[in-house]
Design a protein around this ligand. Sequence first.
Ligand code: 2AM
Length: 170
Amino acid sequence: MRLFVAVRLSDEMREALLSAQNALFDRGVRGNFTPEENLHLTLAFIGDYPDAGPVLDTLEKVAFRPFALTLEGLGCFGDLWWAGLRGSAPLEALARRVRRALAEAEIPFDRKRFSPHVTLIRRAAGKLPGTELPPASMTVGSFSLMRSDRGRHGMIYTELGTRKAEPAAE
Ligand code: 2AM
């Protein structure tokens, strides 16, 4: 099983990202556009792991309060183009806690530095324009353990479990 831990995005956020993808397409950008239902923010990539049970038990120990997430800017890693998120201490803290919990449970994960992004296009061909992202924010009230399978027409992501935030502080 190929596993990763992610924040699933609100409908509003995914719609904003879809309209950014459409704007890029209209400007002639081509590539492998992430389908709207697959848009997500990865907190930790576990990769091949035999059993979701211990991972879910570990994620259950990660407590956090709801916090705001706001889109900010387009960027790229080579030909992978992404939407960025406004710098957020609670987001950084959540990723750190998830990763620390996985490490303590000796569940391996990709140790590359957390670099919050939502992948919009893989193998993008074109020049990254200065397109603005439509403004969009959401409250992160949970994160999920996801399984990734290669389907006939692209990746299929399945939620295996969710860890909800503690009630917001008064
Ligand atoms: P990406 O979108 O930048 O490729 C599922 O593959 C998710 O895990 C994607 O969000 C992917 O990020 C992320 N991920 C992080 N590290 C990865 C790795 N080493 N291999 C594959 N996916 C990785």
